[in-house]
Ligand binder design. Structure first.
Ligand code: GAP
Length: 513
């Protein structure tokens, strides 16, 4: 199936089965804002629990907090967000559409990559098994010409971005003859900077209302609390503070469903270390976070690191963990060595001493920070894309199955009476009432058993049990496995022990230690 189609199907599936709905749907939606439905919220909560437990439960030197979304506005001045949290924007005068200049250029670079890939695919088909990709890429004149153009553009773009050279960004768009996808023209305005923070007013205007921002990242709530936590929790460096919470960005190019949203959720952890030790901790967290992703079992080839060439002014190392989405490898998580930039800035702006006293060294210093920052919604999207599968089954029909890791699945066990009579629903309810304290169970009696299995496949339920007339006599049920579709008779009394470990988050956490 073409990857474009996969993505469209995932988006449609999310709506059809109660995972994600456009926000304010009956009012035709609100751009880049989404709501999670009855299945989506369970999956999202499981992702958050997996992250929280892997950070806070597995590390005795990491604790959590939940800071407010509104913070003192000076925090965003100190962090640099008021002055520098900008996107370069350009408008097309004919379509009146607004674009991110950097995204237009990145898409142009991707077009060169696509052309190269097309040449490679054609040659691979022509030469069959004897095809040597590396040799072909190094010698084929068409590939070399496209690669030279691509690399030159990439270099020019990097320099312009590094220097925040807005005129040069516009010139690149003009020179590359990039057209507006709507009007098809090259009638571009100048490039302007646009701040991504949402703001509102706190207090009544009569009192002189204060302009406050909706936080664009959760990290600052951790920085401004680090000493509160350190002192009250008697933490010693190295230690970490974790937080899950909403963040808001007025994204201009908000596309690709829940990949880029205006209201989203982050899971961030700031790890405070002694200056000079940051690179070893950076490597540690880089490795641990990749392991966390891979432990879900979607296949190691779905992930890669992308080390940043251009570092933010406060960072001395940064890498992304990218996931192979249907629209290419994309950032899901960032791991950043943020130096002591944020804490030093807050110290300067608040005018108080917020240094850490190290009892082992008997000295005070501003800790360095390693940050791991992952978007819950992007993680959710990656999980849905990896899990969405279409299979042809023995009768020639297609079954849609979400091959979710059992630990993340919204429903762990469906309990299905074969028919709606003869005491089978009552028996099924009895099983539900027994097992619902251990994991999320779902009762369903409508439609044929085959249709009910398909529905459970579509929401990723790893196990179903069917209660039939024989059950009333021997207290055994048919247990069906979602992925293999194998069925076996098992005693009701054994169900909890058979399934509990397999569907628990602990089963995945154990792979991390
Ligand atoms: N505190 C660091 C920070 O916020 P970031 O790279 O801007 O770094 C971290 O964001 C993660 O948050 C990203 O890797 C992504 O998963 C998620 N994220 C950022 N912007 C997002 C958006 N508009 N919609 C959904 N997720 C987003």
């Amino acid at each position: 199936m073409a990857q474009d189609d996969v993505f469209k199907k995932v988006v449609a599936h999310c709506k059809e089965y109660g995972f994600v709905f456009p926000s304010s749907d009956i009012y035709d939606g609100l751009g880049a804002v989404y709501d999670y439905g009855q299945m989506g919220v369970e999956l999202k909560n499981n992702i958050k629990t997996y992250w929280w437990q892997s950070m806070v439960l597995l590390h005795d030197n990491i604790v959590g907090i939940d800071s407010a979304i509104f913070m003192h506005p000076t925090i965003w001045k100190a962090s640099g967000h008021v002055d520098a949290f900008n996107d370069p924007l350009i408008d097309n005068r004919d379509s009146k559409k607004r674009y991110r200049a950097d995204v237009l250029i990145e898409e142009q670079i991707a077009k060169y990559d696509e052309k190269i890939e097309k040449e490679v695919a054609k040659a691979a088909k022509r030469f069959g098994e004897s095809f040597d990709r590396e040799m072909f890429c190094q010698t084929n004149p068409k590939v070399l010409a496209e690669k030279a153009k691509r690399d030159a553009l990439h270099e020019r773009f990097s320099v312009a971005m590094n220097n925040v050279d807005l005129e040069e960004l516009r010139q690149i768009i003009v020179d590359e003859e990039i057209v507006c996808p709507i009007s098809g023209t090259r009638n571009w305005t100048e490039v302007r900077q646009f701040n991504l923070m949402f703001s509102t007013e706190m207090g009544s205007t009569a009192d002189g209302a204060m302009k406050v921002y909706l936080r664009p990242e959760t990290a600052q709530g951790i920085f401004v609390n680090y000493l509160n936590v350190q002192k009250t929790g008697r933490m010693r460096i190295p230690f970490g503070i974790a937080q899950i919470g909403k963040a808001f960005r007025n994204e201009i190019v908000a596309r690709q469903f829940i990949f880029r949203m205006r209201e989203f959720e982050q899971m961030e952890m700031q790890f405070f270390v002694q200056p000079g030790k940051e690179m070893e901790w950076f490597e540690h967290w880089k490795a641990f976070r990749l392991k966390w992703h891979k432990a879900l079992g979607f296949g190691d080839d779905k992930y890669r690191y992308h080390d940043h060439e251009k570092l933010a002014h406060y960072a001395n190392a940064a890498t992304d963990i990218e996931f192979k989405m249907p629209f290419g490898f994309k950032e899901v998580e960032g791991i950043h060595s943020r130096t002591n930039f944020d804490l030093s800035q807050h110290e300067k702006y608040c005018g108080k001493n917020i240094k850490y006293f190290d009892p082992e060294l008997n000295e005070s210093y501003t800790p360095y920070v390693i940050e791991t920052s992952i978007g819950v919604d992007r993680m959710f999207l990656s999980v849905m894309c990896a899990a969405y599968t279409e299979e042809t089954v023995s009768n020639g029909e297609t079954r849609v199955v979400l091959k979710l890791p059992a630990a993340l699945a919204p429903v762990k066990l469906a309990v299905l009476p074969l028919v709606k009579k003869d005491g089978l629903p009552e028996k099924a309810r009895e099983i539900m009432n027994e097992l619902k304290f251990s994991f999320n169970c779902y009762y369903e009696e409508k439609d044929s058993i085959g249709k009910r299995y398909r529905r459970m496949d579509a929401i990723g339920t790893p196990y179903c049990v069917t209660v039939d007339h024989q059950t009333l006599e021997d207290n055994m049920v048919t247990l069906r496995d979602r992925d293999t579709m194998e069925q076996k008779r098992v005693a009701i009394a054994d169900l909890r022990e058979m399934l509990q470990d397999k569907v628990s988050i602990t089963s995945v956490l154990k792979k991390l230690s």
